[in-house]
Design a protein around this ligand. Sequence first.
Ligand SMILES: NC(=O)c1ccc[n+]([C@@H]2O[C@H](COP(=O)([O-])OP(=O)(O)OC[C@H]3O[C@@H](n4cnc5c(N)ncnc54)[C@H](OP(=O)(O)O)[C@@H]3O)[C@@H](O)[C@H]2O)c1
Length: 285
Amino acid sequence: MRILVFGRVGQLGSALAELLPGHHEVTFLDQPEVDLSQSENVSNLIAEYAPALVINAAAYTAVDKAETEPQLAHSVNADAPAAMARSCQIRGVPLIHYSTDYVFDGSASVPYTEDAVVAPASVYGRTKLAGEQAVARETDHHIIFRTAWLYSHIGHNFLKTMLRVASEGKPLRVVDDQIGSPTFAWDLGIASVAAVDALEEGREDVYGIFHATNSGLTSWYGFAQKIFEVAGIDTVDLSPIPTESYPTPAPRPAYSVLDCDRLYRVLKVEMPDWQDALARCIARL
Ligand SMILES: NC(=O)c1ccc[n+]([C@@H]2O[C@H](COP(=O)([O-])OP(=O)(O)OC[C@H]3O[C@@H](n4cnc5c(N)ncnc54)[C@H](OP(=O)(O)O)[C@@H]3O)[C@@H](O)[C@H]2O)c1
C-alpha cells in the first residue's frame, strides 16, 4: 500500500517508521518539507504523493504552551487535519488520525467509551477535539485513535524527564491524584498497523473513533515509582503530591482512563498491560 505519513520524528512517527514499512511503500514528511501550521500546503502534498492512505502522526503537543499559543495549536491540530481529510475525501482515500484523552474533562470514575461526552478543559484538548470533529465532518473514511500518556524511548516525555531528574539527584514530587493509562508509542504503532491491514483488506467496519491505550491504570506518581523500579534505581527521593501543589498553565483531567473494548472487538488488538509495556520500553533505552 502506498502510504503518506505526516510526522516521522515524534514518538508515534518513530514507531510507525519502524513498524510500517514491510510490504508498504511509505513516505514520511516532516518540517521543513511540510509546516502544518500552513494547512494550505497539505492538499498539494497529498496530490503530489498520490497515496492510497494518509496517516497524520504530527500534532502540536506542548500542552501548557498551547495556553498562550492557541492559534498555532489550532492551526496544527485542527486546520491541518481538516485539510488532510478534505483532500482524502476528494481523492477517495482513508485517513488515520490521532487524538487524546484530554478531550474529556476527567470527572468520570469509569473508563470513557468512544461515545462518552467530550468536554476538554485545556486549549490543547479543545484544539484536538476540533481536529477530530473536522476530520469526521470532512470524510466518513477516517479512523481516529484516541490515546493517552504517550511515552517512548525516543522523544521528550515523562519517562525521560523522571530518569533525567533522578540522575541529577534532585528530590521528586509527583502528582498522585490524576489517574490514567501510560501508553508506549510502539503499542499504539502496532494498533495502527492493524488498522492499516484492515483498510488494505477493504474492511468497511473499521471507520470511526477507537480508544487505544495500554491496559491498566495508575497515577503519575505510580508511573514514576514503576519507572525507577524497572530501571533499577533505588536512590530517588520520590514522594506523592496532590495536583493543587503542582499548578500548571493547562488543567489536566483527574481521571482519563479510556475503554479500549472497540479496539479489541473490531481490530482484534489487545493492548498490553502498561507495566509490561514500560519494561519493553526501558529495555530499548
Ligand atoms: N504525547 C502524549 O502524551 C499524547 C497523549 C495523548 C495523545 N497524543 C497524540 O498522539 C499523537 C502523537 O503524539 P506524539 O507524542 O508522537 O507527538 P510528538 O512526539 O510531540 O511529535 C509531534 C510530531 O508533530 C510534528 N509537528 C509539530 N508541529 C508541526 C508543524 N507545524 N508542522 C509539521 N510537523 C509538526 C513534530 O515535528 P517537529 O519535532 O519537527 O516539530 C513531530 O513529528 C498526536 O496526535 C498527539 O496529540 C499524545
